[in-house]
Design a protein around this ligand. Structure first.
Ligand code: ADP
Length: 567
């Protein structure tokens, strides 16, 4: 049975309670709030209380009816918390709890402002989308706090059966109310903010049709009469504010996506992670472990090493776990030395030299595959759910022969990426044609393009220009200029289109593979505005070229003598 079943039985039946007392408890609960109960609920309760009279105490039917009445009388019928639409207060809560995320906060404040003017926050469903560990859940919690709504969270990621949401009928085995009813009982108000976590993972392994159940649940027109199979009567959920989280909006069923307002949280760059670690994660870890600030010092270098060598992630979930681990170990050290009467240590210092004593050896070290990329290899910057990362595109010639020109691709590429490889092949061919009309390399070569790290699925069109460059490098027999990375979709005519996502994430590769002072990045001109918005420290040391056409990349990537007539 699922985890939450443990909560289902709320009625603790003690031996001392007899039938009359049991009935009296239910009547009391109803009387205390009678005017708030919807008439149809009161009617059912009265009927069930009458039934109890006829039943043998301790019979299974009696117990079943008592359980049912227990649920009915514990739900917060007509009980609402007074909603607040205080933009200033909300801003304060958001700023205190979450570092950065300016755009996200602004969108949330806009949402509250609109709600204030309309007099209701009901309508669009907010969906916070982004990788793991970027604070989605606690942002939802802050929204609840700002609106003065109680908070309840459940995940539909592993949703196995719609009964988890809609409950199981009282006559079936494993009878139980669903998540929504449990939620109302737990929060004690009929207008909580309910966070539906991992909505993009809905219905992978399913019984019933979870997606359509969730659509109905979220639809204010239908959820005013939500019927839980166990309660078997309509409950009004129209005052509940639903917020969802997702890692990848592309996996959200279309019918749900239409009703959502997506707020994207892209992930953090190293500087942001450092700040979050220092000012938020360390503080909570320290407090949770009872360590005083003056008893410990974790150096900047140690934090940076944690981020770069231990946590390959776009968010800070792993980082938070490791910081807690460090503080637990510090607590043990402090207590041990105190109880062994050793000379008191004033302070535990955690630095790169002793970091592994606290968190073990680094799980990975980001190594470049190449110090200097060989001919046929180009560096791309890609955007995955993990954040921005460098990826290489390698092309080799497998076979040569008149009319053999074909491209084969590998590297766990998705459909969009496979298509963009084909487009890149054509673009590379026409550029070569333009430069060296007599060079029939593409017409006569069977090529193989590979994106190493073949276990990581990749998709999206933004590798287009790196693929063209890799093929041209091979065709021209020239290496790509050192330390040059690029991103951008390329069209058949060689135009470079902007990339989606948040371009600030693209730049989260400082210190990875592009390390010299002459780091050069090629970005689509259409992303210039995103780039301009980045903080100065992020842009520092980067030499960025904005381009509209592949011909501009060609000039940057290859030292090419335009008078060369080819072979
Ligand atoms: P998500 O819900 O996105 O998967 P988690 O709740 O797993 O995120 O982890 C994020 C944790 O990291 C939060 O609990 C919070 O402590 C911390 N955190 C992440 N981003 C920030 C931020 N911008 N400001 C402060 N703390 C943050």
């Amino acid at each position: 049975m699922r985890k939450f079943l443990g909560k289902v039985r709320t009625r603790v039946k003690t031996k001392s309670i007899g039938k009359e007392e049991e009935v009296a408890v239910f009547r009391e609960r109803v009387e205390a709030n009678k005017e708030k109960y919807p008439p149809h609920v009161l009617q059912v309760i009265q009927g069930e209380l009458k039934n109890l009279d006829q039943l043998e105490a301790n019979s299974s039917e009696f117990n079943g009816t008592c359980d049912y009445l227990d649920w009915l009388t514990l739900l917060p019928w007509g009980n609402y918390s007074e909603e607040k639409f205080d933009v200033i207060g909300a801003q304060k809560i958001l700023d205190e709890d979450h570092y950065g995320l300016t755009d996200v906060k602004e969108r949330i404040l806009e949402f509250i402002a609109v709600a204030k003017l309309r007099g209701t926050s009901q309508g669009k469903i907010i969906c916070l989308s982004g990788p793991t560990g970027v604070d989605k859940i606690s942002i939802a919690r802050s929204i609840a706090c700002a609106l003065n709504r109680n908070f309840f969270r459940f995940s539909v990621g592993g949703l196995y059966d719609v009964a988890e949401i809609k409950g199981k009928g009282r006559t079936s085995t494993g009878a139980m109310p669903g998540k929504m009813v449990q939620c109302l009982k737990d929060v004690g108000t009929s207008n909580p903010l309910v966070l539906i976590d991992e909505i993009d993972k809905l219905g992978k392994r399913n019984a019933g049709n979870p997606a359509s159940t969730v659509v109905k649940l979220l639809d204010t027109e239908q959820n005013a009469n939500f019927v839980d199979h166990y309660l078997d009567l309509p409950i009004d959920l129209s005052k509940v504010l639903f917020v969802c989280t997702a890692n990848d909006v592309d996996n959200i069923p279309k019918s749900l996506l239409d009703r959502m307002e997506i707020i994207t949280i892209a992930g953090y760059i190293t500087d942001e992670k450092m700040y979050i670690a220092r000012h938020y994660l360390e503080k909570t870890a320290r407090e949770a472990c009872g360590v005083k600030p003056e008893q410990v010092e974790v150096t900047d270098a140690a934090l940076l090493a944690l981020i770069e060598n231990y946590c390959e992630e776009a968010g800070v979930r792993k980082l938070r776990k490791l910081i807690v681990k460090i503080y637990r170990k510090i607590a043990l050290r402090l207590v041990r030395q105190r109880s062994s009467n050793e000379a008191a240590i004033d302070k535990v210092l955690v630095d790169t030299s002793n970091l592994s004593d606290f968190v073990g050896k680094a799980k990975f070290r980001e190594e470049s595959i190449y110090d200097q990329a060989p001919i046929g290899v180009a560096m791309g910057v890609s955007w995955t759910a993990m954040g921005g990362c460098i990826s290489y595109y390698e092309t080799t010639r497998v076979e040569e022969g008149k009319g053999k020109g074909v491209l084969h691709v590998t590297g766990k590429l998705g459909d969009v990426m496979k298509e963009s490889a084909q487009i890149a092949h054509i673009v590379a061919r026409s550029i070569l044609q333009e430069k060296e009309a007599d060079n029939h390399f593409f017409a006569n070569s069977k090529l193989h393009l590979h994106a190493p790290d073949g276990v990581t699925p990749k998709d999206g069109p933004s590798a287009g220009c790196a693929m063209v460059t890799s093929m041209l490098s091979l065709a021209l027999n020239k290496p790509v200029k050192e330390d040059l990375a690029m991103t951008g979709e390329v069209t058949l005519t060689g135009r470079i289109l902007p990339i989606g996502g948040n371009s600030s994430r693209l730049l989260d590769f400082e210190g990875e593979n592009i390390s010299s002072e002459e780091e050069q990045i090629i970005l689509p001109f259409g992303n210039k505005r995103d780039f301009d918005k980045l903080a100065a420290n992020v842009k520092q040391g980067l030499d960025v070229h904005f381009v509209n056409y592949y011909s501009e990349i060609f000039k940057l990537a290859f030292e090419y003598d335009e008078n060369n007539t080819g072979n």
